[in-house]
Design a protein around this ligand. Structure first.
Ligand SMILES: Nc1nc2c(ncn2[C@@H]2O[C@H](COP(=O)(O)OP(=O)(O)OP(=O)(O)O)[C@@H](O)[C@H]2O)c(=O)[nH]1
Ligand SMILES: [Mg+2]
Length: 438
């Protein structure tokens, strides 16, 4: 997610950190590039303008020569601006029995799916019993969709409201209470655009129901169009906060920034997949860290010290020096296996997102036993000189380790890949690896 913006800003700061102190020209240049990056990430131009003006004001107001690392300084300011835009995370508030949460939003944004996700979330996390109802009176199929999804997940759902129309809404709390439910989630009709018919319909429902919380469901892929929509719903219907859906596939993320900057309402949750369990509280810090790509380096160090022993450090020193052999290879695999969540480690390092594709911890775990058996069946000579492995030797090794010749070949292939990686690391350091990956 947001790799796009992350990569751009990371590159920019790499460029900046090579030159010592920042001049005003540097700041302007940097801001120009950040501006492009934010616009390309579909942040609304109004938001970009305000954000950059406030960053510049703060940077210019400071005595730059005193700051030890100007690029980190600029980055820090941008980061704190974004964090203040994102605001504190907030949950949907359900205070008492009979409280209603009403979901509104354009067509296809994910209201119906989110209604059931929210029901599950409140049941699992808060122990509340939800009651679901769809009041899309125009489209029976829409109601059917909610009924099916709710039933499949074991939630009580209203099945006869369509025949009774708005009058039935007045009894909703009673009906829900009779089923022993704590609160009600109301799914509403969506339209392609906000029009007067939709607004007056939703207004009427809202007045009748008097919901405790009205939630705007937003498709994260909307980009900068989000503002017009969010402002339209605010004027026409009013709401207390938003849930951003399809957040897992959001490569740009501008919609979130634009929404938060202009509409002063919280983002309650994010939808991160089609499954009913794919709803998460909104995490502003994580999002900002990802946008900026500064990398959670302190987190990385902490995690590394948890899993990397002194022995590993010695091994790593050795690996980085001499010739890379099968013994080294197995040590390297063991380390990867132990770190386990190596994917999350790479997320913390700017520019290293792509490494994830090269190292798959699950595959490593699965192959470990096979690889170890194969390497154990090699002679010492073969272990330190893999070039010796001809067809005949491979067959002998496969037989001795109870594996197949394909397994031996797979191991050899991976070994050479690792050897190449180590070679690049020795010659070019981390930079070399980065270059290799880009
Ligand atoms: N990938 C992904 N898909 C989602 C998410 N939330 C909803 N969807 C999908 O988006 C599509 C539309 O979802 P619905 O819940 O039917 O949307 P809606 O707002 O109720 O649509 P209308 O009732 O027609 O206005 C479905 O295919 C959902 O599975 C999400 O967080 N991630
Ligand atoms: Mg729907």
């Amino acid at each position: 997610m947001l790799e796009f913006l992350q990569e751009k800003i990371t590159k920019l700061f790499e460029k900046l950190s090579k030159r010592g102190l920042l001049s005003e020209q540097d700041i302007d240049d940097a801001l120009k590039d950040i501006r492009i990056a934010l616009l390309e990430a579909d942040v609304h131009y109004r938001v970009v303008k305000e954000l950059l003006e406030s960053v510049k004001q703060k940077v210019m107001g400071e005595e730059l020569s005193k700051s030890i690392n100007p690029s980190q300084y600029l980055l820090g300011i941008l980061k704190s601006e974004l964090i203040s835009i994102m605001g504190a995370p907030a949950p949907v508030k359900i205070n008492g029995t009979g409280d209603i949460v009403m979901l509104v939003g354009l067509q296809g944004t994910g209201k119906t799916t989110t209604a059931v996700k929210l029901a599950k979330y409140m049941k699992d996390k808060k122990g509340l019993k939800p009651y679901l109802v769809s009041i899309d009176f125009n489209r029976p199929a829409a109601q059917e969709q909610l009924i099916t999804l709710a039933k499949a997940n074991g939630f009580p759902v209203n099945e006869d409201i369509s025949s009774k129309g708005y009058e039935a809404l007045k009894d909703l709390r009673l009906v829900s209470a009779r089923q022993g439910c704590d609160f009600i989630i109301v799914d509403t009709a969506g339209r392609l655009h906000i029009d007067t018919a939709l607004v007056s319909e939703l207004k009427q429902v809202k007045e009748t129901l008097n919901p405790a919380q009205t939630v705007l469901v937003v498709d994260s892929m909307m980009g900068h169009d989000v503002l017009k929509m969010a402002e339209g719903f605010m004027q026409g219907v009013g709401y207390d906060g938003a849930i951003f859906t399809k957040f897992e596939g959001d490569t740009r993320g501008g919609a979130v920034i634009s929404f938060r900057k202009i509409i002063d309402k919280p983002i309650f949750y994010t939808g991160i997949g089609e499954a009913v369990s794919a709803l998460e509280p909104f995490d502003p810090d994580k999002l900002v860290a990802r946008i900026i790509g500064s990398g959670d380096l302190s987190g990385l160090v902490e995690k590394m010290t948890e899993v990397v022993t002194q022995e590993d450090v010695e091994d790593a020193k050795h690996l980085a020096k001499g010739k890379f052999t099968f013994q080294d290879f197995i040590k390297q695999l063991k380390m990867v296996k132990r770190i386990g969540s190596i994917e999350s480690l790479f997320d913390m390092v700017p520019g290293f997102g792509k490494l994830k594709n090269n190292i798959q911890p699950d595959a490593v775990k699965k192959d470990m036993k096979v690889y170890e058996a194969i390497i154990n069946s090699m002679t010492n000579q073969e272990r330190s000189n893999p070039d010796l492995l001809n067809g005949k030797r491979k067959q002998r090794i496969a037989k001795g380790s109870g594996t197949k010749p394909e397994d031996v070949n797979r191991l050899i292939k991976r070994f050479y890949e690792s050897q190449r990686m180590m070679d690049i690391l020795q010659k070019g350091g981390i930079k070399g690896i980065k270059k290799y990956l880009h």
